[in-house]
Design a protein. Structure first.
Length: 254
């Protein structure tokens, strides 16, 4: 469970927002000078679109490492988002859950999909507003990647589960910061772990997604294949190199 707002501004091992690179970024962007609503939006858009969607070597990376990588998935983007928010004076907490692996189908397939755990750890950040806590889950997928995924969707698609997308409103998923919940993978959630003051506490309790040989394979082989697939999907929005078919790799409902 989260603690008081003062604790929700603190640096931790994973939320290492006091490192020079993070402090320089926050200062260079002028985020601290913005009103609170605009501050949250500016940081949210930076992590959503300037930190590309991609798979890091593990989930529990410090924010400074995610920033250095320049890409991330739900868990690593959440860590970076929380660190930047706290560096800019915005209290935030973490919401933990799991998603069904069906959400990843299309990015990962074949034997690697079969070897993946049925449920995958999933997190998002929450900030406190006048109406209570607001989820920032929509930060995960950058817009160019989403535009690429659209090349695969048959016309008339309403609900989508696959290619790292889980939404019942594919025409207009709630990914823009407007002061209310944002979401892009919520329909894939199959278990809710509740809220935590920081990601360190969450991973201390729930560990990671993989261990042993599966963890080694993921770090050294599988994630690189997944990142190449993500790059091809993103490129489809610009140069049309991906077919609009291949819908058998994900789940579509109209």
């Amino acid at each position: 469970m989260e603690r008081n707002d003062s604790a929700l501004l603190q640096a931790t091992t994973l939320l290492d927002w006091q490192t020079p690179d993070i402090l320089h970024l926050v200062s260079a962007r002028g985020w601290r000078e913005l009103p609170e609503f605009e501050r949250v939006g500016a940081i949210y858009r930076f992590v959503r679109d300037e930190i590309a969607f991609g798979y890091n070597e593990r989930d529990d990376l410090p924010a400074s490492r995610v920033l250095e990588d320049g890409y991330g998935q739900c868990n690593t983007k959440t860590i970076l988002l929380m660190a930047l928010l706290r560096a800019a004076g915005i209290a935030c907490r973490l919401h933990g859950a799991t998603i069904h692996k069906r959400l990843q189908k299309g990015v990962v397939s074949g034997l690697f999909y079969l070897l993946a755990p049925e449920s995958i750890l999933h997190t998002w950040a929450e900030v406190k507003g006048e109406r209570g806590w607001t989820a920032l889950e929509g930060v995960i997928l950058d817009k160019p990647y989403l535009d690429g995924v659209r090349q695969f969707a048959p016309s008339g698609t309403r609900c989508m589960l696959g290619y790292a997308v889980g939404t019942d409103n594919w025409d207009a998923p709630a990914i823009e910061w407007e002061g209310s919940d944002t979401a892009i993978q919520q329909t894939g959630v199959n278990r809710d772990y509740g809220t935590f003051g920081d990601p360190d506490a969450f991973y201390l309790r729930h560990g990671g997604n993989l261990s042993g040989i599966k963890s080694w394979l993921y770090r050294h082989a599988v994630r690189h294949l997944m990142n190449r697939k993500v790059a091809r999907i993103r490129a489809a929005a610009f140069i049309g190199t991906e077919s609009r078919g291949a819908t058998n790799e994900s789940t579509w409902r109209s």
